[in-house]
Every structure is written in C-alpha cells, then in structure tokens.
Design a protein around this ligand. Structure first.
Ligand SMILES: [Zn+2]
Length: 444
C-alpha cells in the first residue's frame, strides 16, 4: 500500500501528464462497486464451452453498453457463437487499441464446487464462479474502461475497440478466428490488450508482488497416442495387450523430464526478477511440459471387463517453449515411450508467434502507471504458459499484451479452470483504476 502523499502526488502527475483530470478525480470506490455488480451478473450467465452458447452473455454486455450510450455490433459465426464489438471513435492520429476478452468459459462440475459456480456469490471477500479469473473479470474491466472513457468524454487520439468474443476455450475458430477471417478491418489495431497477464503475489517469484505482462505464449501441441493389440477373451491373456502396452509407455513419458529449450523471454524475466518460483505456474513458464489428459480403452459402454480390446488411446497436452522444434519434441516422446508399435499423431498444434516488443508506448505506459501506483512491486514481460486468442493477433506491427493489474494470490491465479475459481474483491478497485489510466494514457 502507498501512503496518501505519494498517492496524491502520483495522481496529480498523471492528471498533468494526460491533461485529463477527470480520471484521477473519479470516485473509484463507486466505480469499482458498479463494476463488481456487472461482474456478478456476468458470472451468473452460464457460458460453459462446450456447448459455448454465449448469446445471453453478449446480450448482457450489449445492454450495459446501450444504457451508457455506446452502440455495439453482434457478429455470429454459428448459432450461439456470437462475438460483440463496440468502439469509441478516435481522431485517427494513432492506430486503434483493441480490448480483447472471451465470453465463454470451461465447464464446471457443480458437485465439486464449494459455491455455486454460476451464483456470483461473495464469500470471505472473494467472488467465486466459473470465469472469475478466466476471464469475465477482465472482460468487465474492459467494459468499465470503455464506459469511463465515454463518461469522461475523453478526446481519443486512437479508436478504442471492445471485443467480447465466443469460443476461445475450444480454440477460437468461431470467435477470434471468424473475426480475423471475415471481418479483419473491424479488429485491426496497433495494440491488443488480452488475458494471460497476472499481477500476483508469490506467483512468479517466491515473494513479493510481480506484475507479469505477457508478451509471448508457449506453443500448444496435442498428441494422440494409440496402441493396437490382439483382442480376445479376458480369461486368456494375450502377450500384446494394447492397454498394458499403452500404460507402460505412458508411465515412461510421465516420469521423464521434458527436454529444456533456451527462451529469450525467460531470460528477460530472470534478468528482472532473479530466480523464478517453483510452483506449477512458474515452473511451466520455464520448461517444456507434458500432461497426460485422456485415456480410453475397452469395448462397449460401460466398457466390458472380460473383453481384451484391440485398441487403447491416450492424449498428451504438450506445451512447448517458443524456440522448441515440435518435430524434435515428438521424436523425444517416441524415444522415451520406447514402444515401437506406438502410433503418435498430432491432433492440434498452435506454433508460437514472435514475442511482442517491450519498446512500445503501451508497454512503457504500463510500466510508468504501475510505478506510480505500486512503486514497490516489480514489473516484467513474461511468457504465458497457456494459449489465448491474443496469439492470433501477434504481428511485428501489432503488439499484444496480456495485462490484468488486479493483484491476486498465486492460489487465486492457479484457480482458473479449477473447482474453486475465485478472485479477491478488494483489489479490483486499484486494478481497474490502473487499467483505465493506462488506456486513457495511450489513447487520450
Ligand atoms: Zn481465457
């Protein structure tokens, strides 16, 4: 926490620098309460994907925009797969800024949750729900930023585009993929602010708050592993049992340490932060990883106990550092599995795009705004260990950053996709203010 004097000085500096005093003088507690109300309503709309029907969520966001005098546009790739675009026009002096969020979430198993995942409930100063971290909270910060720019009548040098898209959790084909293919001019921008960034305590390092601004992502590589063997009666074991052979191969792959690869973003992080933490999030930033995620065998449904199946299959979710060759990685999987009959197929590969530069007006604005509000915290560019829609936008002249300056704990950051996804309520206010000031700073 900052003391009152440095806080006031920071706000005065900001107001002076931007030439707009309204943002600095705003009642942020009231604004945060408004945003929290929107977020609770947003979390109550079940947008689990599959099936990924986000039309009600898009209608919800559109209604808030409309009430605030901002028109929006619905772009529907398929039934229920609707993306929303809204824009505040700029003078055209600078190229647009795109605020990108997805409206769908992964599904939630209600029976495993401590709270209703679609209740928008606040318990223990945390807001619980599927999408609380990934990424409805970011979506509402984007929405609130647009509303504030409008209310403050900010004179914009660049257009600000809000995109709330469908389908991210299943690859983005009917969301960002559709927008980029069918309506690229509508989402063309110099900068994209997306998910994937975290401002968190003890997430990146063993202690302290670090604001990780994502500038790159790991590659996503999904492999399907299959074994064939002789089918027969369970009473008469076969020497080439497909289930047994696959299990042995998977055990060897799971136990092996994936090969290391040099990574320039990781080097940048270590230069700024020193040694990184060894929790599962920070570990994933530092190396190639493999998770065994599905395993299927058996004949019939439910599978029959007394039938030796002729086929067994599994999938591996591999996440590779940007510089890792996927062919070499697959060769490593084959070698470690040490099972000549194992068939390895690529079911999905999203290669890495070159990292976005940190020598930009937006990155510098993020750093200076954080320095004013939280001088003791550290800021670093970083490599998101998972894939997001933003990667599809990355181009040498289009800079994409994962940035969400609401400070959360390492546990809360890692609660995304879990049975206890939650976000702390109190830091929302400061995070929202920082986000707004960054956007106003580079657009006004
Ligand atoms: Zn997400």
């Amino acid at each position: 926490m900052q003391n009152g004097i440095s806080r006031r000085r920071a706000l005065a500096a900001l107001a002076g620098a931007a030439g707009i005093a309204r943002g600095a003088q705003a009642d942020w507690a009231k604004i945060a309460a408004e945003a929290l109300g929107y977020l609770r309503g947003y979390l109550r709309i079940d947008t689990s994907n599959p099936p990924g029907n986000v039309a009600p969520a898009v209608a919800y966001v559109a209604a808030i925009l409309e009430k605030n005098g901002i028109p929006s546009e619905r772009l529907e790739a398929a039934p229920g797969k609707v993306s929303l675009l809204a824009r505040l026009r700029g003078s055209g002096a600078k190229r647009p800024l795109l605020l990108l969020s997805h409206t769908d979430t992964v599904p939630a198993d209600r029976s495993r949750w401590p709270q209703n995942p679609f209740g928008g409930e606040i318990r223990l100063n945390r807001l619980w729900g599927r999408g609380a971290v990934d990424m409805k909270s970011t979506g509402i910060v984007h929405l609130m930023t647009l509303l504030l720019l409008k209310r403050n009548r900010a004179a914009l040098a660049r257009e600000v585009i809000l995109a709330a898209t469908a389908d991210e959790e299943v690859g983005g084909q009917a969301g960002v993929g559709y927008l980029l293919e069918k309506h690229p001019a509508k989402v063309e921008a110099e900068y994209v602010l997306d998910e994937g960034g975290f401002s968190a305590n003890r997430l990146f390092t063993e202690d302290g708050v670090v604001h990780g601004v994502s500038v790159a992502q790991k590659q996503v590589l999904w492999l399907r592993l299959t074994m064939e063997g002789t089918a027969g009666h369970g009473s008469q074991p076969t020497p080439d049992n497909a289930v047994a052979a696959l299990a042995r191969a998977l055990a060897r792959v799971s136990a092996a340490e994936a090969p290391a690869a040099a990574d320039p973003v990781r080097r940048l992080m270590e230069n700024r932060l020193g040694a990184l933490a060894q929790n599962r999030f920070a570990s994933a930033i530092q190396r190639n990883t493999v998770s065994l995620t599905t395993l299927r065998a058996g004949v019939g449904e439910p599978p029959k106990e007394n039938v030796i199946p002729s086929l067994a299959a599994a999938s591996l979710d591999c996440r590779l550092l940007p510089s890792q060759s996927s062919e070499e990685f697959i060769a490593w999987v084959r070698q470690v599995a040490a099972e000549p009959r194992l068939k390895v197929e690529v079911t999905h590969h999203a290669p890495a795009a070159p990292p976005s530069s940190t020598a930009t007006e937006l990155f510098r604005r993020i750093e200076s705004t954080l320095a004013q509000h939280a001088p003791r915290d550290r800021v670093t560019p970083y490599l998101t260990p998972f894939g997001t829609d933003g990667n599809q936008f990355r181009r040498p002249d289009r800079h994409v950053y994962g940035f969400f300056p609401v400070v959360i704990s390492a546990e809360e950051a890692m609660s995304m996709h879990s049975d206890a996804e939650r976000i702390p309520v109190e830091p929302l206010q400061k995070g929202l203010q920082i986000f707004y000031e960054v956007v106003e700073g580079i657009c006004a």
